[in-house]
Design a protein around this ligand. Structure first.
Ligand SMILES: NC(=O)c1ccc[n+]([C@@H]2O[C@H](COP(=O)([O-])OP(=O)(O)OC[C@H]3O[C@@H](n4cnc5c(N)ncnc54)[C@H](OP(=O)(O)O)[C@@H]3O)[C@@H](O)[C@H]2O)c1
Length: 240
């Protein structure tokens, strides 16, 4: 028997766009209260407005997850205004592409600071919530690039490989406390991160949509507490 997730509290990083926004909408429909984190407050508030009639609580917090002090104070705000998290979705990330030789050190390092240290900061602040409840779910969004790198993505791929390693090790540590760590490795999804300014040209018949990933996330969370999907890959059926 699956579990009811209504009334749970989920913190989602990058909840203002793409997969994070679609997941916020999906979980809202399922009756989950939401704490949304991203840098741009206006975009977060737009998502919040769109959820006004869902009958759940939504708290937004502007923070740059690469900065530990900002994450700390955002998580404190979410805890005070919403409650301790039952679910943490580590979704926010950035990408930048270019040959290794051409990419500035600053750009390379920044991708790591957001994608890897951002996830670390969130885990460091939110894991104690789950441990205190002796139950909870963490969903880490890696990428197909975290399994197989591609030319021009040394920084992004390395950051996603790091997420894989961190997730696997953490999963083995916390499953004894009834905390499930799901790692997802989607291939191309039609979002700003993948399509940039050409997002309008996304082909809905060919490319995975953020809503597809959101539905999968909700389905994973509803699995009976005794089971979780350690790692999963989402692929488009026929993108050719
Ligand atoms: N789209 C794909 O093809 C694809 C494929 C595989 C995996 N993924 C992964 O899926 C996840 C979501 O990506 P997406 O495609 O939905 O991207 P997106 O539409 O660009 O959304 C990224 C989100 O992260 C937030 N964000 C970025 N930097 C941040 C920072 N420093 N601090 C806090 N929030 C930050 C953004 O908001 P602000 O800019 O306002 O901060 C935004 O809400 C990422 O982990 C990505 O690597 C995507």
């Amino acid at each position: 028997m699956s579990q009811d997730i209504r009334g749970k509290i989920a913190y989602i990083t990058g909840g203002s766009s793409g997969i994070g926004k679609a997941t916020a909408r999906q979980l809202a429909k399922e009756g989950v209260h939401l704490g949304l984190i991203a840098r741009n407050q206006e975009k977060l508030e737009n998502v919040q407005k769109g959820l006004e009639n869902e009958g759940i609580s939504v708290v937004t917090c502007s923070a740059d997850i690469s900065k530990h002090d900002q994450v700390k104070s955002a998580v404190q705000t979410l805890e005070q205004q919403l409650g301790k998290a039952d679910i943490l979705i580590n979704n926010a990330a950035i990408s930048d592409y270019g040959n290794f030789q051409d990419m500035d050190e600053e750009v390379w390092k920044h991708i790591f600071e957001v994608n890897v240290f951002g996830t670390y900061h969130m885990l460091k602040e939110v894991l104690p919530h789950l441990v205190s409840k002796q139950k909870g779910d963490i969903i880490n969004i890696s990428s197909s690039n975290g399994l197989k790198a591609t030319a021009g993505s040394t920084a992004y791929s390395a950051s996603k490989f790091a997420i894989q390693g961190m997730s696997e090790a953490l999963m083995q540590e916390v499953r004894r406390e009834n905390i499930r760590v799901f790692t997802m490795t989607p291939s191309l999804v039609a979002t700003e991160l993948a399509f940039g300014d050409e997002l309008e040209e996304k082909n809905e018949d060919k490319f995975m949509q953020p809503e597809d990933i959101a539905e999968y996330i909700a389905a994973q969370l509803k699995l009976n507490q005794r089971i979780f999907i350690k790692q999963s890959a989402q692929w488009a059926t026929n993108p050719f």
